[in-house]
Design a protein around this ligand. Structure first.
Ligand SMILES: [Zn+2]
Length: 229
């Protein structure tokens, strides 16, 4: 069987037909179904090459939940997983990747992305959360890990609170085999939200440990909110 055929997205329709304007494309939510071949091969003759998955979106979009979902499924398959995050991310527990709904898995904070190459060991899967806080070197590191035969799963904010591409995320999305963009819900109107709106207008890209300072907003309400600041 061809391994690349084993990875696909399972789709399901959401919303009633009355919500879908005639002639528009239907609103489809997709669940990522991982490919299961290629990892943990024992046949030395087979080329052992991994791949990169990126899960990105705004704050409150469920990125970390999606990362944890994939990790949990890998653990059920008895694959060895190592989880990393930048040590700059001090929210919640230092050793855990914790999603907003408090599901958590153990993780290792690292100062530089290249540290991952040193300590990763013989695992099948390398997961990286809050990848937007790493510098550009993380792209090379993820490629190297995938080239070594590992499945690399990356979660991170695709845009900062000014609506600009965040750190290494655009480059990670470019080199990834699979990109999943998840969306939050706009707190103003209930539409799908792509933006992390910072309620307090302060300069700089990141406010750490202050999720209360942000809310998810759609394009329209992100722009309106920014004008009012
Ligand atoms: Zn809105």
């Amino acid at each position: 069987m061809i391994p690349s055929l084993l990875c696909y997205f399972a789709g399901s329709l959401i919303g009633s037909s009355s919500e879908i304007p005639e002639g528009s494309s239907k609103n489809v939510t997709l669940m990522f179904i991982e490919r299961t071949s290629g990892l943990g091969r024992t046949n030395a003759d087979e080329t052992h090459v991994g791949w990169i998955e990126v899960v990105c979106g705004s704050m409150f979009s469920g990125k970390t939940e999606e990362l944890i979902r994939r990790i949990n499924r890998a653990l059920i398959a008895r694959q060895k997983v190592e989880i990393f995050k930048p040590s700059i991310d001090t929210r919640y527990h230092i050793e855990d990747v914790v999603s907003h709904n408090s599901a958590s898995v153990r993780s290792r904070p690292v100062t530089h992305a290249r540290d991952i190459l040193e300590i990763v060991g013989s695992c099948d899967i390398v997961a990286i959360d809050e990848a937007q806080f790493f510098d550009a070197e993380v792209v090379e590191v993820c490629n190297e890990l995938a080239n070594r035969g590992k499945r690399v799963i990356i979660a991170g904010l695709d845009m900062d609170s000014e609506g600009k591409p965040f750190g290494p995320m655009p480059a990670l999305m470019a080199v990834a085999e699979y990109v999943t963009k998840v969306q939050a819900i706009c707190v103003v109107c209930g539409e799908l939200a792509n933006y992390s709106f910072r309620k307090v207008a302060t300069p700089g890209q990141v406010l750490l440990g202050e999720t209360d300072s942000y809310e998810a907003r759609c394009r329209r309400h992100f722009l309106e909110g920014r004008k009012q600041q």
